[in-house]
Design a protein around this ligand. Structure first.
Ligand code: SAM
Ligand code: DTB
Ligand code: SF4
Length: 360
């Protein structure tokens, strides 16, 4: 009989005091790296995660850096290119999203799915520019079986054929759809929890937290990597951020990628007036995610454009080891690729020069 799987559930309360002090001892002893390496846990408590998040910043960044280096090569920073393959007109009401048909003020026209060849051309250009992964996003509540889904499968096969990792984010999936994406060679599926379960209802009403967890289960069952994270700066409390990390960190295995987005406050969305977050909030989120999920790719995602180079470097020191790379996110602007390549080179991460022939 197959062993019971640990699902996407809240953890049972655990004897956190002892566990916490064990962890602190292992992180401060001289033999720390060896001790930390074994310290992959799925029984975190909210109190522990909040305590980590709220540590003095220098201690937090140091501790995250130690965990990061015990588990990962610090010069390995993944570059993921992003393309909106189907933009606008989404029936969901996510308050942050300009693609929702509910937010007429965002004025984003509904488009059809891009043709496969056009998508693969963008993927080839991203590869020539030095991207490792190609992520394709569709403004769907859930994909419909039929020609569009078949075309997405073709895109996944094409991206894999270019020698890149392929990721898609298409909304809620059935088990059969996840299986077909796996068979097409999909590396990873992005489906964010966005925030903690208590605050979630303030942001989205058209699908539940459990709906999201169920799709993540389907993705995991199909053997596809899980890419799941959220957004800071929507008006949530630190407790909500910690609750989201708790759900992710107690998911066994941990998600392979954890995108940490800062809200891009887009005009015409209900969150258009949210003030920008303090960049140090992002540093804290990256560091906390790194400590509780030592081997996940922590992706410094949307909102990076408003960070200085130095704030981004602090995030890398705190364990962020992936970025969206390329001038566009889905519908909003991202950092210039040249500036990112320069930043990465300046901190010792090699990025190949673009060869014009390869980019055409
Ligand atoms: N429709 C699919 C879905 O929601 O799963 C895929 C696309 S959706 C745009 C992917 C993710 O982008 C969202 O879950 C959210 O976390 C992030 N996102 C969307 N708009 C954002 C914004 N304005 N600022 C920051 N992150 C955003
Ligand atoms: C994720 O966590 N962030 C990306 C990706 N997954 C699909 C999307 C960010 C979108 C930012 C707003 C926009 O450009 O529309
Ligand atoms: Fe639709 Fe995704 Fe935007 Fe929500 S985040 S409105 S599901 S495209």
């Amino acid at each position: 009989m197959a062993p019971p799987r640990q699902g996407l559930i809240f953890p049972a309360p655990s004897p956190s005091k002892k566990r916490m002090s064990d962890t602190v001892v292992s992180l401060t002893s001289s033999a720390a790296p060896a001790a930390i390496r074994q310290d992959i846990r799925h029984d975190w408590t909210l109190a522990e995660i909040q305590a980590i998040h709220d540590m003095p910043l220098l201690d937090l960044v140091h501790r995250a850096g130690v965990v990061h280096r015990a588990h990962n090569d610090p010069a390995d920073i993944q570059r993921a290119a992003l393309l909106s393959i189907k933009t606008g007109g989404c029936p969901e009401d996510c308050a942050y999203c300009p693609q929702s048909a509910h937010h007429k003020g965002a004025n984003l026209p509904r488009e059809r799915l891009m043709p496969v060849e056009a998508v693969l051309k963008e993927a080839a250009a991203a590869k020539a520019n030095g991207a490792h992964r190609f992520c394709m996003g569709a403004a769907w509540r859930k994909p419909k079986d039929g020609p569009d889904f078949d075309a997405v499968l073709e895109m996944v096969r094409g991206v894999r054929g270019l020698g890149m990792e392929a990721c898609v984010t298409l909304g809620m999936l059935t088990q059969a759809q996840a299986q077909r994406l796996a068979e097409a060679g999909l590396t990873s599926y992005n489906h964010n929890l966005d925030t903690g379960p208590e605050f979630y209802g303030d942001i989205i009403s058209t699908r539940t937290y459990d709906d999201r967890l169920q799709t993540l289960e389907h993705v995991r069952e199909a053997g596809i990597g899980v890419c799941c994270g959220g957004i800071v700066g929507m008006g949530e409390r630190v407790r909500d951020r910690a609750e989201m990390l708790l759900v992710l960190a107690n998911h066994a295995p941990h998600p392979e990628s954890v995108p940490i987005n800062a809200l891009v406050a887009v005009e015409g969305t209900p969150l258009e007036d949210r003030p920008p977050i303090d960049p140090l909030d992002l540093v804290r989120m990256c560091a906390t995610a790194r400590i509780v999920m030592p081997r996940a790719r922590v992706r410094l995602s949307a909102g990076r454009k408003s960070l200085t180079r130095e704030a981004q470097i602090l995030c890398f020191l705190a364990g962020a080891n992936s970025i969206f790379y390329g001038e566009r996110l889905l519908t909003t602007a991202n950092n210039e690729a040249d500036a990112d390549a320069e930043l990465l080179r300046d901190i010792g991460v090699p990025v190949p020069e673009v060869t014009l022939a390869a980019a055409e």
